[in-house]
Design a protein around this ligand. Structure first.
Ligand code: RP5
Length: 151
């Protein structure tokens, strides 16, 4: 995420991954203010066993796009509502990638972060049976929690 203040919005991604038994490495890395940290972290990620990135940023959110420029690994972008434009600026910056450098973009804020966690797990489930099982159980529990009537 681009700043420490983004953690509140991005927490649902980490919590969802933890619930599904997927290990994550949470970092504050700014595309604009810590470009060298960003470059070093992303370009050495494969060697550390990282399989994909979830990037949350607000304002002119370049974190996900620049991450995608530095790695062939999947990049999931979560636009955050930290500016006067309530995240619409970050949404457009994240989703409107030029052809050739894809960023899978989610909704603004906490719901987007949660879905990014679920989507990341779905990607990993293709090659990890325990994650697939955890996702099945998550869905079953979610369904069971929906009452048939509001009374
Ligand atoms: C912060 O500026 C935001 O919440 C956002 O993530 C960030 C963008 O960070 P930079 O990458 O531009 O430093 O206030």
């Amino acid at each position: 995420m681009g700043s420490k203040n983004d953690w509140e919005s991005m927490k649902p991604a980490a919590e969802t991954l933890e619930k599904l038994g997927v290990q994550s490495d949470v970092r504050v890395i700014s595309a604009h203010r810590t470009p060298q940290r960003h470059h070093d972290y992303v370009t050495t990620a494969s060697d550390r066993g990282i399989e994909l990135f979830i990037c949350g940023a607000g304002f002119a959110a370049h974190l996900a796009g620049v991450t995608a420029a530095l790695t062939p690994l999947p990049v999931l972008g979560v636009p955050l509502d930290s500016s006067a434009l309530d995240g619409v600026d970050a949404l457009l910056a994240t989703v409107q990638m030029p052809g050739g450098i894809p960023v899978a973009t989610f909704g603004i804020g906490k719901a987007g972060a949660k879905n990014a966690g679920l989507f990341a797990a779905a990607v990993l489930a293709g090659s990890d049976e325990s994650v697939r099982k955890a996702l099945d159980e998550y869905r079953a529990a979610q369904t069971a929690a929906v009452p048939e009537t509001p009374f």
